[in-house]
Design a binder for this molecule. Structure first.
Ligand code: IMP
Length: 200
């Protein structure tokens, strides 16, 4: 089976990516921190694609196995599309997911327009720096209170109208079938076929 190294230190994200990669790319995933014990991620900026490219390139040069990186975030139009690429840094480096959710609910206390979307840009890069990219998004609504224990990050307040529940109330396969991450990796898979990435 083909392998990819996933450039993340976030276990929740890795578990989702692993399943999607198995289904969509028919490949096995290795978490970066299991292969590179001093992996520290990268200093992220304001742009999903640049962040994904950076996350892929710091490992790809050291790896015979292609590296899959993604950068994602939650965009809320009534907050000017914040927190966006800063989603993991909302509230500072010591803020927990609970803290981040509390901050969003506080900011949206009296908001009527509660629409939101998750965004994901994924990059698959080989050791020579050649890459393909994919983009995915999923639309939802910011709930008034958190619900559900599954998923990670903002999932307890990301209500998905088509399922009638939050992402944190959905089983992993249910979320993975419709998520921004799934769509980004599917888009990437289409590009892989076109450029014959595995044999480049
Ligand atoms: P980054 O891609 O490492 O910058 O992290 C993206 C951040 O966006 C995560 O730490 C979460 O806070 C948020 N995020 C992205 N995708 C999801 C998701 O599927 N569920 C919940 N939160 C997410």
């Amino acid at each position: 089976m083909r392998k990819v190294v996933v450039s993340t230190g976030n276990r929740g994200k890795f578990e989702e990516i692993k399943e999607i990669v198995r289904e969509v790319l028919n490949a096995e995933s290795i978490m970066a921190t299991d292969l590179f014990h001093d992996y520290r991620g990268v200093n992220e900026g304001d742009d999903y694609f640049t962040n994904a490219l950076l996350k892929a390139s710091v490992l790809a040069v050291h790896s015979d196995i292609p590296v899959l990186a993604e950068d994602s975030g939650l965009e809320i139009p009534c907050l000017g599309d914040a927190p966006g690429p800063h989603s993991s840094r909302l509230g500072g480096s010591s803020a927990t997911d609970e803290d981040k959710i509390r901050l969003i609910l506080e900011k949206m206390k009296s908001a009527e327009d509660r629409q939101a979307r998750y965004i994901c840009t994924a990059v698959l890069m080989d050791h020579r720096g050649r890459y393909v990219r994919g983009y995915g998004t999923v639309e939802g609504v910011i709930a008034k209170e958190k619900k559900g224990e599954k998923g990670f990050g903002y999932d307890p307040i990301f209500y998905y109208p088509l399922a009638g529940k939050t992402f944190a109330e959905m089983e992993a396969p249910e979320k993975n079938a419709v998520s921004h991450r799934r769509k980004a990796i599917e888009a990437l898979a289409e590009k892989i076929k076109k450029v014959n990435f595995w044999n480049m």
